[in-house]
Design a protein around this ligand. Structure first.
Ligand code: NAP
Length: 327
């Protein structure tokens, strides 16, 4: 069984390669940028750029399935780059795979594509997608467009599966709290409600889900949400402190204060004729949590988070110091 993995030098792609290497009889082909072959361990390597489809035919030639984990996962940059790498490449790679007769294409999407209509909303694979994408950051906007591309491919009968993982964490990656917290002396100002539910997905468990989906013919045409567990932000902060030995005290900034502050930033940017660094819509989205139902992956793919949450967090927090995160 030969599998093409895009994004093979990335966080998820590397975990998929490790998962494939652990199975007998798997041949992993990595799609990497020119000069990056040494940054991943695979049986075969094809070099190329997702923004340039000219290498796609060679990449998919002779493979049984594709796990498309490559994407521009950045918070800055021009829309054209996000569009080319995340949307255009998904379209062109699916088409190249179809033309080559590849049996199964697994597209790695994101929970950010879902509309979250209110706090504590229940969301599953049949829930509506975000409609207000214009107000989102370029990354989220492009992931939504790429998901739609994959859905259109399913509608025309292409052998595509869409997997939407939660907040992916694991060793070697900045741990989730670090992204929304500001260290202030002995305190950590956390820009989210203490009850915000974090849809956690450990990277090795995500890799399991992607490989399982790629091996399951019944998964063709299906969409799966992958979430190990939801953890309240306050509980996560407590576990983080316990496991990492950090001594700061978390202070959760009330959502109303965050929203007011963003209104001020938006107004100031408007007066200055500039684009605000973050919009109210983006902030609302990060303050409003949802419970993402991952039961379909469990029942149809027989997926279970192999690494339990406590162990997954322990392994991730163990690298906090070495990863250089502020404690
Ligand atoms: N991380 C999360 O919490 C999360 C959550 C949900 C979904 N996802 C999705 O999961 C997938 C993998 O994310 P990740 O966290 O593994 O991201 P990552 O670590 O940033 O990896 C992205 C990969 O894409 C490759 N890539 C980017 N631009 C490329 C280009 N122009 N040509 C060729 N390769 C290119 C990168 O190659 P280089 O190493 O050469 O840059 C890297 O291998 C993405 O689709 C992402 O949207 C992530």
């Amino acid at each position: 069984m030969r599998t093409l993995v895009t994004g093979a030098t990335g966080f998820v792609g590397q975990a998929v390669l490790r998962r494939l290497a652990a199975d007998e009889g798997q041949i992993a082909r990595a799609f990497v940028r020119a000069g990056s072959a040494g940054r991943c361990e695979a049986d075969e390597v094809v070099e190329g750029d997702l923004a340039d489809p000219s290498s796609f035919a060679a990449a998919v030639d002779g493979v049984d399935c594709v796990i498309h984990a490559g994407a521009r996962v950045e918070t800055t940059g021009a829309w054209d780059d996000f569009e080319a790498v995340n949307v255009g490449a998904t379209q062109a790679l699916i088409e190249a795979a179809e033309a080559a007769g590849v049996g199964h294409f697994v597209h790695v999407s994101s929970l950010s594509v879902y509309d979250v209509p209110g706090d504590n909303a229940a969301v599953d694979e049949d829930s509506p997608l975000e409609s207000d994408a214009g107000d989102r950051g370029f990354y989220a906007r492009s992931k939504l467009a790429a998901d739609r591309v994959a859905q259109e491919a399913i509608e025309r009968g292409a052998p595509v599966t869409i997997v939407r993982p939660g907040l992916i964490f694991g060793p070697g990656r900045k741990v989730p709290l670090a992204r929304r917290a500001v260290t202030a002396g002995p305190f950590r100002l956390v820009l989210a409600s203490r009850d915000y539910l974090m849809p956690m997905a450990f990277v090795d468990n995500v890799a399991d889900g992607l490989v399982l989906a790629s091996r399951c013919p019944e998964a063709i045409g299906r969409i799966y949400t992958l979430v190990d567990e939801h953890i309240r932000q306050a509980d996560y902060a407590r576990m983080f402190r316990q496991a990492s030995g950090a001594s700061w005290t978390p202070v959760f900034v009330p959502p109303a204060i965050i929203r007011s502050a963003i209104s001020v930033v938006e107004s100031a940017a408007k007066v200055a004729g500039k684009k605000p660094p973050v919009t109210r819509h983006q902030v609302d989205r990060t303050l409003r949590s949802a419970r993402f139902d991952g039961s379909r992956a469990r029942s149809e793919l027989n997926w279970q988070p192999r690494v339990p949450m406590f162990e997954a967090l322990r392994r991730s927090f163990a690298t906090v110091e070495s990863a250089g995160d502020a404690r």
